[in-house]
Structures are given as C-alpha cells and as structure tokens.
Design a protein around this ligand. Structure first.
Ligand SMILES: [Zn+2]
Length: 247
C-alpha cells in the first residue's frame, strides 16, 4: 500500500488519540472506588441480615417482657387479695388462717422468682436493642460511605465522558484528510492487535512489539520509497518512519 508520508505520520496522532480513548474507557470500567464499593455492598448485606435478626429478637423479647410483667402483676394482685382477706379479720378458722399464711409465703416466693425472670428478660431485651441500634448505625455509616463513593464515581464518569468526547472530536478532525484505505488498514490492525495499529519505528525498534530490526531489514526498509506503507515483520503493524527511526 502507498500513502503520503505525511499521512503516515498523522496516523501516529490518530493512534495516540485512540490509545488515549482506550485508556479513558479502561478508567471508566475500572473506577478506583470499585473494590471499596463491592466490599461495602457485602458489608451492607451482612448488616441488613443482622439487623433483621436483631429486630425479630427485639420483638420476641418485647413480647416476652410484657408476659413476664403480666405474670408478676397477676401474682401480686392475688397476694394483695389474700393479704386483704387476712387483714379483714373475717377468717377465724385457724386451719384456714394457716392455709392463707402459707399461701402468702408461697406467693412471695413466686413474685420473687417471676421478678428474676422479668429482670433477666429485660436485660436481654436491652442488649438486643443496643445491638440493633449499633447495627443500624453501622448500616447508616456504610450506606453513607457508599453514597459518597457512588457520587465520586458518577462525577469521574462525567469527566471521563467529556474527555472522551473531546478526543473523538479531535480524531474526526485528524482523520478527515487521511486516505480511506490507509485508515481502514489501521482500524483493522488496531482491532486485531490490542488497540495498536500504527507504531513508530524508533531507533531500529518497532514500538508496537519492541522487535529490533537487523541491518538487512533496515536496509530493505531504507530502500523503500517514503510513500510505501511499511509493516512490521513481527507484529504486522504499520511501521511509521521518522527522523528518529535510525535509518
Ligand atoms: Zn512490530
């Protein structure tokens, strides 16, 4: 293929713009916030699950506490009734009196036992509530951090898109006066060869694949007219010759 040397040189500008565009796309796909956001999401799921479990535990313990309260109150009420009967002086039969006194003692013991249960439930409820509050606070912290990172990522994406649009515009200007066949070859090579279609021959080396050309190859290239489009023997990319080529 033949192409004006100036057009070949311009291909390096196109390559630089295209590589810049690729780098922007890579940055957009691999935001620095990515790993932390993934970790935060896992943390959020874990905390969500924990908060739900604790919420159920708090509900259960709240019911348990209400029941324990009611149990205590019920026995206390019965004790008050018995005490009133005793104080009322209406019971005179010694056996009945003795029976009532025994019952009062038994009720005292029962109230004390139930109050222990009530206290224990209350402590467990307080602990569960404290754990739930802590999990919710942690969840809020995690969500806030994730929102910050999301915002930062969105801002960076907007910026990257703006940069990419500028590069695209510049590319359109540069390729406007390039021969269509040269550009088509470049585009095809770029697609096949990791995004690099045109490489500078710099100090006897292909900057696309780093192959160093021997004297024979260099001699052959040197002998070619400047409008001949040279390809690297190793990688097949378009080799652009300049004053730095070492020819
Ligand atoms: Zn090469």
């Amino acid at each position: 293929m033949k192409a004006d040397p100036f057009a070949q040189l311009k291909l390096l500008d196109v390559q630089e713009l295209d590589s810049g565009h690729d780098a922007l796309r890579h940055q957009a796909r691999n935001p620095p916030e990515g790993p932390e956001l993934a970790a935060l999401k896992a943390q959020r799921d874990e905390l969500d699950g924990r908060a739900q479990d604790l919420r159920l535990a708090v509900d259960d313990l709240t019911r348990e506490q209400r029941k324990a309260d009611a149990d205590v109150e019920q026995v206390k009420a019965r004790r008050v009734r018995d005490q009133q009967r005793l104080d009322g002086g209406t019971i005179t039969n010694p056996k009945d009196l003795e029976h009532l006194q025994h019952e009062l003692l038994a009720l005292d013991k029962r109230v004390s036992d139930l109050e222990d249960v009530e206290l224990e439930v209350m402590e467990r409820l307080e602990q569960a509530q404290a754990d739930l509050d802590a999990a919710r606070a942690e969840l809020e912290r995690v969500e806030q951090r994730a929102a910050e990172l999301d915002a930062a990522r969105a801002e960076r994406l907007t910026d990257l898109r703006a940069q990419a649009a500028k590069l695209k515009e510049k590319r359109a200007q540069v390729v406007a006066d390039l021969p269509a066949d040269l550009l088509a070859l470049y585009d095809k090579l770029r697609e096949q060869k990791d995004g690099v279609g045109a490489a500078l021959l710099r100090q006897r080396r292909c900057s696309g694949c780093s192959l160093q050309l021997d004297n024979r190859d260099l001699g052959q290239i040197k002998a070619l007219p400047s409008n001949e489009v040279v390809r690297c023997e190793e990688c097949g990319r378009i080799l652009v010759r300049t004053g730095e080529s070492g020819l």
